[in-house]
Design a protein around this ligand. Sequence first.
Ligand SMILES: CC(C)(COP(=O)(O)OP(=O)(O)OC[C@H]1O[C@@H](n2cnc3c(N)ncnc32)[C@H](O)[C@@H]1OP(=O)(O)O)[C@@H](O)C(=O)NCCC(=O)NCCS
Length: 179
Amino acid sequence: MGIDVPPDAGRPRAGVARVPADDVQISPATPDEVEHLLAASRHAFAESLARHRGLSPADAAEKADRDTAALLPDGAGTEGQVFLAARRGGDLAGAVWAAVQGPDRPDAAWIYFVWVAPAGRRRGLGRRLVEEAATAVRTRGARYLQLNVFGDNTAAIALYESMGFTVAAQQMTRPLTEG
Ligand SMILES: CC(C)(COP(=O)(O)OP(=O)(O)OC[C@H]1O[C@@H](n2cnc3c(N)ncnc32)[C@H](O)[C@@H]1OP(=O)(O)O)[C@@H](O)C(=O)NCCC(=O)NCCS
């Protein structure tokens, strides 16, 4: 499912966002945190590919690795990337990966992955990470934020819808059986 969001949708709205735990700080991710985030992103993508496209676990992992590498031709230092980490004490509590697009689409940015550690979910951190990523890409010139989400990821879809994202395109599938 492709989702578009208007430029102001990432801004906090009074009375909507839960106040996250005060002890969580968000700032640019360290190289180790970026590696952790990219590993989590590849893993989640591979699992979804295996589930939705019938790929073997090995083929799904290979495609997830290939697609991720294609987005990062110069690694984590690829121009336009935004990697933010949320930390509680010394522990990684969540992270987000976003990127502004190249010169052909300077007004568009993508969120590629947002992740919150399971023990800290439903406390507003996912929303806060997306808001901070939206602010980061907006200050770099983006006016639209887009993302893809698999149709069975109800938590992520609920998060994005609660922040004003709307469906821009929808990919549908059904198995073909002999008959
Ligand atoms: C999706 C994810 C980032 C949400 O993080 P989170 O910190 O739990 O989200 P928040 O607490 O900010 O939730 C904000 C709103 O999103 C919606 N929401 C989030 N999780 C939900 C769930 N499991 N069920 C229903 N609604 C949910 C709710 O509207 C929620 O507001 P509320 O708690 O006041 O009702 C988290 O579940 C996660 O890391 N999932 C695994 C990784 C993943 O799938 N990432 C997305 C890839 S596209």
